[in-house]
Design a protein around this ligand. Structure first.
Ligand code: SAH
Length: 347
């Protein structure tokens, strides 16, 4: 069965031409049904002939997933969905409301093989890749929820489970589907690819013409500490990573975001802030300080509010832009991967 959500506009047009000898505009019609009207069955695509609809229904599928469970934050309305697929795997996707609009966090892999010591997603290893169509389906749960209020998803972050640079081609097909002006119309600049720091992926993205936004999970300002927290640092140490970031900035002229999860007693001292400032000198960027999320399996202490503020102010004093990330949905086991982990425990 062909998965309709797994196609860019161009691919859908080609598919309907080749398989059904339909004119080019037919593919565009189907695309609009999927992403502008957001129908859930081929039957609802009422400007297609009955014959074409039944042939499509026989050979293609739309939704391949279902909502297993959801949690809604009473504090800020954040919704976390657990989405299950036909082969039994599940991933999380999260809808968040900001003053600039609604953003959705999407998972690019089931589990993850990067092994970061503070992260829940990597605990069971990487089970499999998500296809572009499966990422699209994740996003549509949020969009359909917003449809009830006449609202839309305006930005997307690839910060769910998985490493997008380890699933590069599907990730690019996904962003092309989102970007399509006749579909969901989410601009490339409003899509953030977050990477653990896979240097070849950063270099590839630097040479990619799409103006996507890049976030790099740095989390530590020196190799000793970073290698202890993130095994990927042994393959791509900080010097190589920074070189790639400079190249990215040269090519794109875009500011990079660095994610820095503050872990109590690990990477949160003021001299870490100073090392970080030295590292980021001469690179237009922004640092997102994240109070580390509690993960039951990981023995993590949180940095105190005062220390977080002191860390941020030290960075600012040294000329580095930094903000403390607002915590979303902290009442709904918000840490990445926890809803899935809880569900797997129960079953
Ligand atoms: N693999 C990609 C994207 C997924 S993780 C990456 O590494 O960037 C999304 C972000 O959440 C990353 O910055 C990751 O380091 C961070 N993260 C993972 N576990 C966390 C935790 N327990 N607390 C805070 N941030 C965490």
């Amino acid at each position: 069965m062909k998965h309709l959500y797994n196609n860019t506009l161009g691919e859908l047009v080609a598919f309907l031409q080749e398989e059904f000898q339909e004119p080019a505009f037919r593919g565009r019609q189907v695309f609009e049904w999927l992403y502008r009207h957001r129908v859930t069955t081929v039957e609802d695509m009422t400007n297609l002939s009955k014959t074409l609809r039944s042939r499509l229904a026989e050979t293609t599928q739309l939704q391949t997933s279902r909502e297993m469970t959801r949690q809604t934050s009473q504090v800020d309305g954040t919704i976390k969905f657990l989405i299950g697929f036909q082969d039994g795997v599940s991933v999380e996707t999260v809808l968040m409301k900001h003053d600039y609009g609604h953003s959705v966090c999407v998972s690019t892999q089931v589990g993850c093989k990067m092994g970061c010591t503070f992260c829940a997603s990597t605990l069971g290893g990487m089970i499999r890749q998500m296809t572009a169509g499966e990422m699209v389906e994740q996003l549509l749960y949020s969009q359909r929820h917003l449809d009830l209020k006449g609202d839309r998803v305006s930005s997307v972050v690839l910060m769910g489970s998985g490493e997008p640079m380890d699933n590069y081609d599907e990730t690019m097909r996904f962003v092309d589907i989102l970007h399509e002006p006749d579909g969901l119309n989410i601009g490339y600049r409003h899509i953030t690819i977050s990477t653990v720091g896979l240097v070849p992926g950063i270099l590839r993205l630097a040479d990619n013409p799409r103006p996507l936004t890049l976030a790099v999970s740095l989390h530590a300002p020196n190799d000793e500490l970073r290698s202890a927290m993130m095994p990927v640092n042994k393959a791509y140490p900080i010097a190589k990573l920074m070189e790639a970031c400079h190249y990215y900035h040269q090519q794109k002229g875009r500011r990079i975001s660095f994610e820095y999860a503050l872990v109590g007693g690990k990477n949160d001292r003021l001299d870490h802030a100073r090392q970080l400032a030295a590292l980021l000198k001469n690179l237009p960027c922004h640092v997102n300080l994240i109070p580390v999320n509690y993960v039951p399996e990981r023995n993590l202490t949180r940095t105190s509010k005062d220390q977080i503020t002191a860390f941020r102010m030290e960075l600012e004093r040294l000329g580095v832009n930094a903000t403390v990330r607002r915590e979303m949905g902290h009442d709904i086991s918000a840490a990445c991967g926890q809803l899935r982990a809880e569900h797997m425990m129960q079953t």
